[in-house]
Every structure is written in C-alpha cells, then in structure tokens.
Design a protein around this ligand. Structure first.
Ligand code: CP
Ligand code: NVA
Length: 306
C-alpha cells in the first residue's frame, strides 16, 4: 500500500474510495495480528478539547507500532498563551514525524497543515471526525461483511459525526439517512459533497422524521445533542431532540438485525437510553476498540510503514 505516505487526513473526503477500502483491510489485518509493521517515529497530540478514546487509542496504536507519543497539552505549551499557529506548526514540524490535532475550527487545522510538511491528522474538529468513522466502518464490516447496500440512520444533531459519517457512507456504498430537528441539520456543503460522492448509487437523505429515517435501517447511530464547546446550550436542546432519542421503541422500527453505534461519550437518558446502549444490539465497545486498530492502520499508512 504506502499510498498515503506523507499525506494529511483533514477530512474523510481526502481519501479516495479505494484508499478508504485499503485502510479498512489494513485495520482488519492489524487487528488479526497477521501484519506487524514497526517504526521508531514520534506522534504528537495537540488537543484543544478533552478526549479519552482518541488520545488513548492513538497513543496505544503508536506504542504498539514501536513509536513514541508526545502529548502537547495546550495548557503547558506556548500555544495556550497565544503563540501564532504558523510559528507553532513550523517548529513542531522539525521535531515530530506526524501530528494529530483536535480543535474547534476546521480552518485552523487546514492552516496548520499548510505550514507543516509532516502528515496532519484531524482528531476531531467542529466540522468532522474522520478517525471515528474509520473505526465505525470497520465495526460495520465486522457485523455485516459487506458494507455495500447497507442503510445507516443517524439520529440527532447534524454535527461533526453526522458529517464524517455522510462522507464515509457515500464512499462505501452505504445509504445514509439523517434525522435531525429542522434547525440542527448537517451543513449543506457536506450534504452536497456526500451526494456528489454517492452520485446516485446510494441515498443521502436528511429528514426531520425519526420514524421515516429509522425504518429498516441496518445501523442506528447517535451522538450527543450538544457537542464540546456547546455545553451551555445542552439544557435547552433536550426537549427539541427528545423525539430523536434512540430508545427500544424507536429501535424496534429498524431492521431486526440492526446494530447500534455511538462514538461515545454517551449521555444515557438523552440521545440513547441505558437499555439500548447496554442491549444486545449495541456494538459500542467493539467500536471503541476499533479506534485503535483503524488509527494504527492510518498511522502505518501515513508514515509509509506498509
Ligand atoms: N469518540 C471520541 O472521539 O471520544 P473521545 O472524545 O474520548 O476521544
Ligand atoms: N460530537 C461530539 C463527538 C465527541 C467524540 C463532540 O464534538 O463533542
């Protein structure tokens, strides 16, 4: 493979469909232990928002590859005191081999990447969360073998998760239905991009109707109603989003074999009930595990180890 050597992953749409499929194959091989690439490289983590899964799964993946990880906590580095982004980018570029950034504005990530020559990975922005979707698609492949022709229904806020899922589904032949309250739909630009990728082969639908959206779905996905940075709005959103809660009743309208995914952290009793997340259709722990395998594949590919 090695096709991604030296590249950035700022959006899932930075990958071609073939490259995405190859990454998923690589992730499966790494999980099975049939491939054991090694490296002595350094991964930096520059996270302006909290993280458990992304931080730890990237770190574990890098250590398992034989590399090192540096946590560039903004509270103890000069970025937190306002050192200009172009300066930080050009300096970190001289020390690190690869850098994962979690921040708010996608434009900051893009600006950072434009000043750095090393691969820059989007570890979540307000616009996208591509690394999560690599693990989501791996988890779906494990449950259904073939992604092509599946239907994924996303319930709730048209946020970063909805955006990257729309792109990932369009790239892999998965029909995608988003059910959101009217003022909380995904960004038009992403909907159009996903529709252009799908090119009529799969549906990319946004609807306010949760029942219409979930009918016969193979994968039911949800995420928090207020993302990081929107905490002050959380209370007011609860009644608006209530009809989109993934409960046993709503789930009963999906396909009988449907699986339930959630990127985590979850707010039980809000976007998902305790019974559903702990129920037999939930695959959230496999999904969380796959963050490590999928990102190991991404690191190995971007570093040219495979
Ligand atoms: N799903 C996810 O990205 O989790 P963290 O915020 O814990 O990294
Ligand atoms: N939409 C959530 C995802 C967290 C992994 C957020 O941005 O906070």
């Amino acid at each position: 493979m090695g096709a991604l050597k030296g590249r950035d992953l700022l959006s899932l749409a930075d990958l071609t469909t073939e490259e995405l499929q190859e990454l998923l194959q690589l992730a499966a091989a790494l999980k099975a232990g049939t491939l054991k690439p090694k490296c002595e490289k350094i991964l930096g983590l520059l996270f302006y928002k909290a993280s458990t899964r992304t931080r730890v799964s990237f770190s574990a993946a890098m250590y398992q590859l034989g590399g090192q990880v540096l946590d560039l906590n903004p509270n103890v580095t000069q970025v937190g005191r306002g050192e200009p982004l172009p300066d930080t980018a050009r300096v970190l570029d001289r020390y690190l081999d690869i850098l994962a950034i979690r921040t708010f504005d996608q434009r900051d990530l893009e600006a950072f990447a434009s000043y750095a020559t090393i691969p820059i990975i989007n570890a979540l922005t307000d616009l996208e969360h591509p690394c999560q979707v690599l693990a989501d698609l791996q988890t779906m492949q494990e449950s259904f073998s073939d992604l092509n022709g599946l239907t994924l229904t996303y319930m709730g806020d048209g946020n970063n998760m909805a955006h990257s899922l729309m792109l990932g589904c369009a790239m892999t032949g998965v029909n995608m239905r988003v059910a959101s309250p009217p003022d909380y739909c995904p960004a038009d630009a992403i909907v159009q991009k996903a529709q252009a990728i799908a090119n009529g082969r799969t549906e990319v639908v946004v609807t306010p109707d949760p029942l219409l959206a979930i009918k016969g779905a193979h994968v039911v996905y949800t995420d928090v109603w207020a993302s990081m940075g929107q905490e002050a709005l959380a209370e007011t959103r609860i009644p608006i989003f209530q009809p989109y809660q993934v409960s046993e009743t709503l789930l009963s309208h999906a396909d009988k074999e449907a699986i339930v995914l959630h990127c985590l952290p979850a707010h039980r009793g809000e976007e998902i009930t305790d019974a559903v997340i702990e129920g037999s259709q939930s695959r959230v722990w496999d999904q969380a595990e796959n963050r490590m395998h999928a990102q190991k594949a991404l690191l190995a590919s971007l570093l040219g180890l495979v």
